[in-house]
Design a protein around this ligand. Structure first.
Ligand code: PMP
Length: 314
């Protein structure tokens, strides 16, 4: 990956090479940071870059900082302002990814979440697809369990907890799969390693509830709205058994990085004939139109970077 030219680091934009931390930094040693991941989509017709749902991403980001007992003065609007300043400095006019990070910056020894100093950084860089095989993923049910909300808050995007995703994803990929599905402590499907899970079975669209140790995904919420508003379909939020995936008609993963990835096989069993399902494909097309700012009804989710307009709500 080509490194960015700039970083937002501890209050200002600096050359990327100056955004440095010491090896004793608390977050580096103990995983005491949290982050967000946003995408910007270039719209060639409008000659504009749209960042998707930044206010919702920063709202969850600030929720994660609260879960870590970080006391930050920054508001959502402050963070959106830093994002705009950074992306404009990078002069990004292509699909991109933005990575804000809040971390305990103290260079000190001692496991705790109190009496520490939080700091914020942000970088932005060109980005394509996250899944190599995003036209039909072969997933495995991981032997690693999803972190339990009573161990590390699962609804927070907490840096240290991504070791859990890394274990599941690397074992899956080294064994030849595209991704892992993790089960929660009760043996129910929680999510993919970096994306939320949906399935279609007997005409119902089902996704695990927020109480099954999932990250409360913004793509998940987006797709639930689109299914309802555009296709008149209500998503059922309920616990899902692992074997329901094997007999599902369709299944897909949804996340900012992953976008919408059809699951076509689980542990060598084909799902829905081993091809992406029709609803999954329709939803994916709709999603891409929405994030790229091609659906006026959802334009308020898309923040223009170069020609800002007054914010409206859907
Ligand atoms: N679960 C995990 C573990 C993730 O890392 C992500 C990506 N942020 C998601 C789900 C999807 O969340 P979102 O749609 O907000 O990107």
């Amino acid at each position: 990956m080509k490194l960015p030219r700039y970083a937002f680091f501890r209050g200002r934009i600096v050359p990327y090479g100056q955004a440095r931390i010491g090896v004793l930094t608390h977050a580096l040693n103990y995983g005491t940071g949290c982050f967000a991941g946003l995408r910007g989509y270039w719209n060639e017709d409008d000659h504009e870059l749209f960042v998707f749902r930044p206010h919702d991403h920063f709202n969850r980001f600030l929720e994660s900082t609260r879960l870590l007992s970080m006391e930050l003065p920054d508001t959502i609007e402050d963070l959106v302002g830093h994002l705009l300043e950074l992306v404009r400095a990078e002069e990004l006019k292509t699909d991109c990814y933005i990575r804000p990070l809040a971390f305990f910056a103290d260079e000190t020894i001692g496991v705790r979440l109190h009496d520490l100093t939080p700091a914020i950084s942000m970088v932005a860089f060109p980005f394509g697809k996250y899944f190599d095989n995003d036209d039909g993923a072969h997933v495995t049910i991981s032997s690693w369990k999803r972190i339990d909300d009573n161990m590390i808050p699962a609804r927070g995007k907490i840096a240290g907890s991504y070791v859990n995703s890394g274990l599941a994803r690397s074992d899956a990929q080294r064994a030849g799969f595209d991704d892992a599905i993790t089960l929660n402590k009760d043996g129910h499907i929680s999510e993919g390693s970096v994306a939320n899970f949906f399935m279609v079975r007997k005409g119902a669209i089902v996704t695990p509830p927020v109480t099954d140790d999932i990250l409360e995904g913004i793509t998940r919420a987006t797709l639930m709205t689109l299914l309802k508003e555009e296709l008149g379909l209500t998503v059922v939020e309920r616990s899902i058994d692992r074997t329901e995936l094997a007999v599902a008609d369709e299944a897909f993963l949804a996340g900012t990085g992953a976008q919408v990835v059809p699951i076509t096989r689980v542990d060598h069993r084909p799902i829905g004939g081993g091809r992406p399902g029709p609803l999954t494909l329709e939803l994916r097309d709709l999603y891409f139109d929405v994030v790229r700012g091609r659906k006026p009804k959802y334009r308020s989710w898309c923040m223009p970077v170069y020609a800002p307009v007054a914010r409206a709500t859907v």
